[in-house]
Design a protein around this ligand. Structure first.
Ligand SMILES: [Zn+2]
Ligand SMILES: [Zn+2]
Length: 279
């Protein structure tokens, strides 16, 4: 007896699994303390179902940088970024919905040379994108066990830095996940530099600070020494702007100092003695 085979997608995190006749018993990503299972229990969907009710907004954010996000919002709701350089285009982070209209628009901008993803919450339907655009996917090897749909195009990179093309480089910061990565784009912000941060550096609502968490939905912080290490690493790079994982979460100016003062504030809050902050 054979039924139809689907690459099932978790409706809460948006991660697509290997094709199977039945949905997986549970979502490994959502069972983890850095995510959560929805209030109605585990719900699965498919790419065809998503295409029936949603589309992607594709919008230029600055010269050379285009956001791609799904509307109405799906799962975690992140938008991806297409960075265009003379040496090729990078899809930074990824989203689950890929449809014909999006493919046409991305092709009109030169397609995708490579995909790089900050951490497992945005692995989404990365394999659909890599197959469509025949592009390799760069993931940090420390997060290898979170890949729910393996593919030959996935290249696990080790160490602390990976230089790509067009001046782009991936930096492992860790924290939120062991392999949590950001992308430095030196040509961004009119040549002042931009950091594409996912939620590894989480741009907070005032957009002058970022934060650093082990789990965002469950509000579990990171140890002070990890935040200090992340801040030291980021300070090695020059950048004016920080692009967070959602449309409007962008630190427009003074991004490098924003990360430094955010880390200082965070570490001070964790270490403060009675009387230093109102408790
Ligand atoms: Zn999930
Ligand atoms: Zn995350």
């Amino acid at each position: 007896m054979t039924g139809s085979v689907h690459a099932y997608i978790c409706a809460t995190c948006g991660v697509q699994y290997e094709p199977s006749q039945r949905p997986p018993a549970s979502c490994t990503v959502c069972e983890d303390a850095r995510q959560y299972v929805g209030w109605d229990g585990q719900v699965w969907t498919t790419l065809d179902q998503l295409r029936a009710g949603r589309s992607n907004r594709v919008e230029e954010l600055e010269p050379g940088l285009t956001g791609i996000g799904t509307e109405p919002s799906f799962a975690i709701g992140q938008r991806a970024l297409l960075v265009r350089t003379r040496e090729g285009n990078l899809l930074w982070d990824c989203i689950t919905l890929m449809d014909d209209a999006t493919v046409t628009k991305v092709r009109s901008m030169g397609g995708i040379t490579a995909i790089a993803i900050s951490h497992p919450h945005y692995y989404s339907a990365m394999v659909e994108w890599c197959q469509e655009f025949e592009a390799p996917i760069y993931l940090h090897e420390a997060d290898r066990r979170w890949v729910m749909r393996p593919a030959p195009a996935i290249r696990f990179w080790p160490g602390e830095t990976l230089a790509l093309f067009g001046g782009l480089s991936l930096l492992r910061l860790g924290g939120h996940f062991p392999g949590a990565t950001v992308c430095h784009w030196p040509a961004g912000a009119g040549g002042e530099g931009a950091m594409l941060a996912g939620d590894v550096l989480q741009v907070v609502p005032d957009r002058r600070f970022v934060s650093f968490m082990y789990s965002y939905p469950n509000l579990i912080p990171l140890p002070a020494h990890v935040v200090a290490r992340i801040a030291r690493r980021v300070a090695e790079f020059r950048f004016e702007r920080v692009y967070g994982a959602w449309w409007d979460r962008v630190v427009q100016h003074d991004g490098r100092n924003a990360v430094a003062r955010s880390a200082e504030r965070y570490v001070a809050a964790l270490a403060s003695e009675a009387g230093e902050v109102e408790l």
